[in-house]
Every structure is written in structure tokens, then in C-alpha cells.
Design a protein around this ligand. Structure first.
Ligand code: PRP
Length: 176
């Protein structure tokens, strides 16, 4: 059974859990003894961030930033705005950006560049969803848990007009 507004389930809760465990182990292996800083890009990443850091059982730190390339509806404007910044000094840090989705790539292109300018030793991107068909910016994730077609998806942090973020699965939005 699906909630109102959900056309179909694209990724189930069970599939999500299995993939999170798999990638948590991969990240733990790569970042052991490096005290990485996980940075979640709000708001969409908040659930993925909580799950991936708990699956990555090594010493690490976390911080959040709010940056957006979307100003209305479902269409990216190509502009990125930093609405809330980090509290952490990035100088010499190994940063892992945790995102819910890479769509046009405009947000992460700008954020990654900024973090390197701020002196981060390394910046890698782990994204829960990758939608490569929509890419505009010259950027790709280092780790993508799921690659999806160009459909408007909701749940597991992703919204439609701020609703549906608390769905436990990824669904395709039933557009009118
Ligand atoms: C979404 C998503 C990414 C960004 C990806 O955030 O969380 O941050 O868009 O799109 P892009 O690759 O085209 O830049 P959104 O701006 O919708 O804000 P939200 O996370 O608060 O929902």
C-alpha cells in the first residue's frame, strides 16, 4: 500500500537498509583513522546522514549546511545560495558530503569548490540517489547508493512542497 500522492514505490525500505549497511562498511574502510567530517546538505539529507554515519562505525564528526539551487517548484534555476553555513574549520580535513540526491549537480559543484577553497584536504561525495540524466554541472558522485531515472521522487528526506520527507521508502510522485 502506498500513501496518497505516491504513484509507485521505486526503492523499498529493505533495499535502503541493505545499501546503507554496504556503503557504511565501504566508507569505514576508506576513512578509518582519518576522522572524516560528514557534511549534510539540508534539508533533504537529514535522514540519509543519520543512517550513513551510524553505518560507518569509525571516529568521525558531523556538520550541516543549507545550500539550494532550487527556488520554486521542480525546476532548477542554476543558481546556488548558501542559506546556513558550517561551524567547522575545513582546513586539512577529509570531508565527505552526504547528499540525498544529485540532479543537475549545480548544488554540489558549487559546494565542493567552496570546501576546497576553504582548505579541505579532500572532498568526496556520497549521494543516496543519483539522477545522471539531468546533469548539467561537471560533477559526479564518488559513491552513489542508487542510480534512478528522471522521475520526480519523494521520501527518505526528499520532498514535494515540503511534504513526504518522512516516507520510509523512495516513491515516484503522482503529478497532476
Ligand atoms: C535538493 C537536494 C540537493 C539538490 C540537488 O535540495 O537535496 O541538495 O536539490 O539538486 P541539483 O543537483 O540540481 O543541484 P533542495 O534545494 O530541493 O532543498 P531541500 O534539500 O531542502 O529539499
Amino acid at each position: 500500500m502506498t500513501e496518497y500522492g505516491v504513484k509507485k514505490v521505486l526503492i523499498t525500505e529493505e533495499e535502503i537498509k541493505a545499501k546503507i549497511e554496504e556503503y557504511g562498511k565501504i566508507l569505514a574502510e576508506e576513512y578509518r583513522d582519518r576522522n572524516p567530517l560528514f557534511v549534510g546538505i539540508l534539508k533533504g539529507s537529514f535522514i540519509f546522514m543519520a543512517d550513513i554515519v551510524r553505518a560507518t562505525q569509525i571516529p568521525c564528526e558531523i556538520d550541516f549546511m543549507s545550500a539550494s539551487s532550487y527556488y520554486n517548484g521542480t525546476v532548477s534555476t542554476g543558481n546556488v545560495k548558501i542559506k546556513m553555513d558550517l561551524n567547522t574549520d575545513l582546513n586539512g580535513r577529509d570531508v565527505i558530503i552526504a547528499e540525498d540526491i544529485i540532479d543537475t549537480g549545480n548544488t554540489l559543484f558549487a559546494v565542493k569548490k567552496l570546501f576546497l577553497q576553504r582548505g579541505a584536504k579532500s572532498v568526496k561525495i556520497v549521494t543516496f540517489l543519483d539522477k545522471p540524466d539531468r546533469r548539467v554541472a561537471d560533477i559526479s558522485p564518488d559513491y552513489a547508493l542508487f542510480t534512478i531515472p528522471d522521475e520526480f521522487v519523494i521520501g527518505y528526506g526528499l520532498d514535494c512542497a515540503e511534504k513526504y520527507r518522512n516516507l520510509k521508502y523512495i516513491g515516484v510522485y503522482e503529478e497532476e
